[in-house]
Design a protein. Sequence first.
Length: 156
Amino acid sequence: MTASSAPRVKVLFVCIGNSCRSQMAEALARHHAADVMEASSAGVSPLGRIVDPTHKVLHERGIRADGQFSKGVREAAPGAADIIVNMTGMPGRSLFRGANVLDWEISDPYGEDLLIYREVCDEIAERVQALAQTLRAKRAAPAAGAAVSRASENPL
């Protein structure tokens, strides 16, 4: 299997209401990291909608959240995720026992002005890009190792 045909990592982004941070993360991951991530999102207490400022800051970046909707953690099937990115502010290990959890401390912009939403989106974008780079490096490492191994077996 080549690095480009390797399965994508299933990443579940979780926040409180699944209307701001986790929705931003899902949309950003789908846009910038679809090669390595199969992104989804959920909330521990879903609001039931994605708030307008979330759509606005994503739109400003040329990113759409088409097909995304606010949902609860159970509906998102956390057991199927390879990685859960927890942005709830609660310890992820206690929320998702036995799961591979990354705790991201990111302020909740809900109810704040658009400037705060932009700042939060910028921070999430940086973290999503860093996670994508890590996943790409892990994907490339076995392929590079296999190429070195083949080369050493067939010296010229």
